[in-house]
Design a protein around this ligand. Sequence first.
Ligand SMILES: [Zn+2]
Length: 219
Amino acid sequence: MKRGMTILLSSVVLGLAGTVYVYRGEIGVALMRRVAAKSIFSDTVSTLPDGLHVGFWGTGSPFPSPTRSGPCTAIIAGPRLFIVDAGRGSADIIARMGLQSGRIEAVLLTHFHSDHIDGLGQVGEVAWASGRNAAAHLFHDSGSFHTSPSDAADEASQARVHALAFTHFIPPVPMGALEGPFLGDARQHFSGPLFIASDGDLISLPAGGGELRRRNVLD
Ligand SMILES: [Zn+2]
């Protein structure tokens, strides 16, 4: 009796394995569609509270880094999405954030150094794959890009900005403990919150004002 049951169960398992093997192509495509739909069509923008959000998606430099993608900053204003620069890995990190490339209204390229634009093709490709059939606006040469921390702190002070975030350090900041020396005397030039941003940092200002909130959506 026991032997009979074992043979029956083995036959069922073998039968199931055989069916999976025969239909492996269809099963693979169905799984791929589910995964692709999740990564391409997920939409974090619609889940954020109304307000102004700045997402530091890529905070790296031209140097390779396992933790920092090429320059890419997202501006999310209510339902509207814009990005500033599109360095290497921008499309990957935009997808990891659950943002739709197809929703990007405009791309502002601060300048044409290769590390600020080398991810642009992939961002466009993913936008097209997610169903976008119109080009996003493209602006370039904003006239404001690399500077030293103390000069940036001076400019921020004069412009009365609320908080100052640094990205794109050359050479890269090797560890958090060395942030102080990399910032130099910037803290003496700017009295507001000041920090070195990491990939995934999201700063939010609620509609109607209030406190700035900072969190990392990759943690
Ligand atoms: Zn640069």
